[in-house]
Write a protein that binds this ligand. Sequence first.
Ligand code: OGA
Ligand code: NI
Length: 364
Amino acid sequence: MAGVSKVDFDWEKEVKEFDERKTGVKGLVDAGVTEIPRLFMHPQEVIDRYPTAKGAAVELPVIDLTGAESGGARRREVVEAIGKAAREWGFFCIINHGVPLVTINAMLESIKRFHELPDEDKESLYTYERSKLVKWNSNLPVEEGDPACWRDVLNLHYTNDHLDPHEIPSACRKETVEYVKYMIEVRELMAELFSEALGLPSDHLSKMECMKNLAISCLYYPACPEPHKTLGAPKHSDIFCLTLLIQDSLGGLQMLHGNQWVDVPPVPGALIANFGDLMQLFSNGEFISVEHRVVSQLAGPRISVATFSTPNIRIMGKPFGPIKELVTKDKPAVYRDFMFEEYFKYYKTKAASVESALEYYRIN
Ligand code: OGA
Ligand code: NI
């Protein structure tokens, strides 16, 4: 690849060697590395750019869904609390959501089991091909010179809420099928609550089909011998509408709030919800897509599962923009319409170097 290299080592060669092994970051740890390869080193000034908030000074809003499904006073309370969290935080913790604790724990366990399969049993699924519905890799960066992250990921892609169970690796098939049933239920309820919190009819977001496909990232963050030099996930915003996350007890997820990194601590059985850029766009800037990252740790592996609600393929070919009903004389469109594919390219190549990819589409 041409261009001025951002680093003083042969990035392309290191990427190629790492990629050809097809054993991921876990493979490095298994091989006993005590120093992380240069490819994984993030500039210190990037890692330290914002301070980390100390202690429990900042606490994520907790949304208790008890009684949210029925009409009446409780529903209104929940909608109000979600609307406030969505506008002020973009991140919140959901409890009493109906997903059994055993289902969550079994899912996390099964993802660990998949990543810890013998290398030869996972090799055939190792690829970066975008069209593959089921694959695993290490999320290598696309731009020459950019650092890689200390994690591996199994990606599962559901179309119209469907993925043939036989495509799912047997190590986590049963657990995934069970978990996804619940994810669909929670997403449907969230779509109603978000619609109401935006002042729209309950079925507005559901009818838009903007949360109809599911992309599931089953993440494995191996123990890292030099955690201060790398990251499990760089500072990023999610690109789609809604992310529902479960994580094990290790922690490491941080969100940017008030120019500080705030820990998103593990709460057994809870779901962490956050909005992606598309929801910020559709809501005309009302619901915020907040940047977050995952720090590396000496301890590991850490397991998390992120379920992204993404637009149905049928609407992907049309331009996306703020929901018309939310654009008024008092609140004109904050963003211009764009094609998702164009945004995706911009996000993939530019997101690391700009504050928010969505800013590029702001009108003023
Ligand atoms: C993501 C993400 C956080 C985590 O996959 O986009 O932010 O805790 N994951 O794994
Ligand atoms: Ni994310």
